[in-house]
Ligand binder design. Structure first.
Ligand code: ATP
Ligand code: MG
Length: 408
């Protein structure tokens, strides 16, 4: 059994033995029923936060205001949340407060969709008050209760609906979808962070176009920060977001997404920042965009050009660019297999793979150390990678000497 599930079971058992109700709830129950590996195992319990803390010495009050205690069990962490309902929502995104309750049903009722509102006990009995199982079987995202009311409480739920549709290739129940159309304007009050957590899950899913079709159909993009601040062509966004290159991984899909909104090399960094992407992601997106720009210039790349690009950027951004290029032009000029073979067969991929080091080059040439060392080594690396010279010490020193003469 998944060690995280084992830990969750142990925590539930401990709570049960102390006289409290405790269940697996939400996303993990849905995923277990779908035969998918859950992201995390969440527990809901009738015990109050302080009762949970008293029971588990190794625990941290990570979200005490929502009643969540993180329990450490073996090497795992398990989130335990007291059954709760939510107070009134004053700003379309946050309840004014939460009330702890002793009833599982009340806790499940505050959850967003029927497929996310089920609980399971240690004997795998299912607690399904809102027909989540039926909706799971028919692939339907349906709000718990009156959809418009639930979306008015927290507008993020509309974005989550599209996210689950994308992740599971599900449809959105017509009444729920109709309510999204009516409440769409409320997404303007959401923080970009919360929106982007969901957007990243859509882009990381196997069928992002399903989620984007929902946004386009309900016109949610028109009200969603940060896109409301950008200038974009509606037709282009529609065309691109419904035809996402399926072979791309998350990074390629992100670049495709940003390009669809008219992002250029100049605006990439600031837009990625606005979307709360990490620096590392932003750099990867830049590499992909640079490769695409160079590819556009050569149109049909040859082996030498491609190997130099591989050497410069590494495999990941090249593969992502390949699939984007393929989707944009239907013509890449080479097979993915060729590309992978070239990378596999490359004798060296970086300067440290060379059979000589900088100090050997310096003493062999008898020249004062300086920036030339780095320049010569990278040129040698390029020549070896392209198969023009062998990765042998004597050869490298000889050719290195010739190259070094170019440096004053
Ligand atoms: P994932 O697999 O991505 O973790 P999840 O369904 O577990 O998906 P979480 O964001 O981890 O989603 O939330 C856990 C559970 O909390 C959900 O399954 C749902 O029951 C409830 N939930 C989360 N966000 C909301 C919300 N905005 N409104 C109502 N219920 C929510
Ligand atoms: Mg979860």
């Amino acid at each position: 059994m998944d060690p995280r599930r084992k830990a969750a079971h142990a925590v539930i058992q401990m709570l049960n033995e102390s006289g409290y109700e405790a269940y697996l709830v939400g996303g993990c129950v849905r995923d277990l029923l779908l035969d998918r590996v859950p992201n995390d195992y969440d527990i809901a319990t009738s015990a109050t936060p302080s009762e949970v803390q008293n029971l588990f010495a190794r625990s941290v009050a990570t979200g005490i205001e929502h009643g969540t205690i993180t329990v450490l069990w073996d090497q795992e962490t398990v989130e335990v949340t007291t059954f709760r309902t939510e107070g009134v929502y004053e700003d379309h995104r946050r309840p004014s407060g939460v009330q702890f309750v002793r009833s599982l049903r009340d806790d499940l009722q505050r959850r967003d969709f029927t497929i996310n509102a089920m609980a399971m006990d240690l004997d795998e009995n299912l607690y399904d008050y809102f027909d989540g199982q039926t909706d799971l079987a028919s692939g339907m995202i349906r709000a718990v209760g009156t959809a418009a009311e639930r979306f008015q409480e927290d507008a993020l739920r509309m974005i989550r609906a599209a996210r689950f549709a994308a992740q599971f290739s599900f449809s959105i129940d017509p009444l729920t979808k109709e309510a999204m159309g009516r409440c769409k304007q409320d997404v303007q009050y959401l923080s970009v962070e919360r929106i982007m957590t969901e957007m990243d899950k859509i882009l990381g899913s196997p069928t992002p176009h399903i989620g984007f079709q929902v946004f386009l159909h309900t016109e949610l993009f028109h009200h969603m920060p940060p896109f409301t601040r950008w200038q974009w062509n509606q037709e282009r966004v529609r065309e691109r977001l419904t035809h996402i290159p399926i072979n791309c991984q998350r990074a390629g899909k992100w670049v495709w997404f940003l390009l669809a909104f008219g992002t250029t090399a100049d605006s990439l960094e600031s837009r990625a920042r606005e979307c709360k992407c990490s620096k590392k992601d932003s750099q990867l997106f830049r590499s992909i965009m640079e490769i695409l720009a160079q590819w556009e210039k050569v149109k049909m790349p040859d082996e030498k050009w491609m190997k130099q690009i591989l050497l410069c950027y590494g495999m990941e951004p090249v593969v992502e660019s390949y699939y984007i290029r393929q989707a944009l032009t239907n013509e890449t000029g080479l097979e993915m297999k060729e590309l992978r073979d070239w990378w596999e067969e490359m004798p060296v991929r970086k300067v440290t793979d060379l059979s000589i080091q900088g100090n050997e080059l310096i003493s062999s040439i008898g020249k004062k150390p300086g920036p030339w060392v780095k320049g010569v080594l990278s040129e040698l690396c390029r020549l070896v990678a392209l198969g023009e010279i062998a990765n042998q010490k004597e050869i490298l020193l000889k050719v290195g000497g010739q190259i070094a003469t170019k440096y004053s």
